[in-house]
Design a protein around this ligand. Structure first.
Ligand code: BGC
Length: 363
């Protein structure tokens, strides 16, 4: 994966609308004559609120601004439904299909079928391993994990923890992003385990990023360690909240730092309350805009240069990619997420959170 300056360059280009467009020699010539209609399949609405509250909203916004037709559906974590939705969209005449796969196998089947029917394809947020998508649009997911590892280390230092036991609640084993997040936080935490500065505790993946399953797993982790867990690397806010619910049950919430991701209302409230150490904010508006721009160009038979590729470790392809930059959020900059319009003060500062919002400078 080529990173750093290239990522910034790609973002800059997109922001200024400066991507180079040229006609696509490899693709379907007839595509240029088609009126763009974009199909989007979101994965579920429980593993993270982002899909329905952010991605749907910002994708709709981007398509509306561009004046193109779209059909945004949610597979609700059902792989058969995912395939049916894709079939319906292809039959319904979409010119481009954008998917957030539920796993690489079913994602690949959908992408290959779309391709065989002359429909352009984009992997949105999750790379389909061994897949055939023409573009991949996401965040720099190893950096997301790195921010989580650094965040946990910072919060453990702030608490004055000595040789803390760190437990992992990793994302779904079928999500390539979960692998990348883990590579990122391992790059920060493994050297500390090796140096015996930290102790490696239980390390479990949570199938389907499911909150209730994560709570069960975390309770088992706590039992297995006789309550000796000093920090929790939870891969997103849903898993973080699951751990916090068990810490609350044991009256040790706030004492054990927990990480997260997605800047969900729940995650941000947990941060304001002091129960969660940090989250990672990903500006989904930019992700949706970048993906929508590419989908529209593909539908018109144009090919845009993203200036960056990601290697598919399974298929060996260099997939043209847009990777945006994530940002760490702690109590003192929760306000940035509100200022960016990702969540509103009304959503965040309800009930007991009103006072905490005031203290955190959210006005
Ligand atoms: C996304 C995260 C999300 C998780 C669960 C990942 O692929 O990148 O933002 O929290 O899936 O839906």
């Amino acid at each position: 994966m080529r990173k750093g300056i290239l990522t910034i360059a790609a973002v800059g280009l997109l922001a200024t609308g400066g991507l180079t467009a040229c006609s696509d020699n490899s693709g379907d010539k007839a595509a240029s004559a088609k009126t763009p209609k974009i199909g989007v399949i979101l994965p579920d609405s429980k593993s993270s609120p982002r899909w329905e509250t952010a991605d749907r909203r910002f994708l709709e916004e981007a398509f509306k601004t561009a004046g193109v037709q779209s059909d945004i559906q949610n597979a609700q974590n059902d792989k058969a439904a995912f395939q049916t939705l894709a079939d319906q969209m292809i039959t319904g005449g979409v010119t481009a299909l954008m998917i957030v796969n539920l796993d690489s196998g079913t994602g690949k089947a959908v992408l290959d079928k779309a391709k065989s029917q002359g429909v352009a394809t984009i992997d949105y947020d999750r790379l389909t391993l061994g897949g055939s998508a023409q573009y991949y649009v996401s965040f720099d997911n190893e950096t997301v994990g790195k921010l989580q590892g650094e965040g946990l280390a910072k919060c453990l230092t702030d608490k004055g923890a000595k040789n803390p036991v760190v437990a992992y609640l990793n994302g779904s084993p079928t999500d390539n992003n979960a692998t990348l997040f883990k590579a990122g936080y391992d790059s920060v935490l493994k050297p500390k385990f090796d140096a015996k500065e930290y102790t490696k505790g239980p390390d479990d993946a949570v199938p389907g990023w499911d909150g209730p399953t994560a709570a069960t797993i975390f309770e088992q982790q706590l039992t297995a360690t006789k309550g000796k867990i000093d920090g929790v690397l939870a891969a997103n806010d849903t898993l973080g909240n699951a751990a916090i619910s068990i810490l609350k049950k044991n009256k040790i919430n706030g004492k054990v730092p927990v990480t997260g991701q997605d800047a969900s209302v729940e995650g941000l409230q947990n941060i304001l309350a002091g129960d969660q150490c940090m989250t990672v904010y990903k500006a989904v508006r930019e992700e949706a805009k970048a993906a929508a721009d590419l989908a529209i160009a593909l539908a018109k038979g144009e090919k845009k240069e993203t200036g960056q590729t990601v290697k598919d470790p399974e298929g060996g392809r260099d997939v043209p990619s847009v990777l945006l930059t994530p940002k760490a959020i702690y109590k003192d900059n929760v306000k940035d997420v509100v200022a960016d319009g990702y969540v509103t003060k009304e959503q965040l500062c309800t009930g007991t959170y009103a006072k905490l919002c005031g203290e955190a400078g959210i006005s």
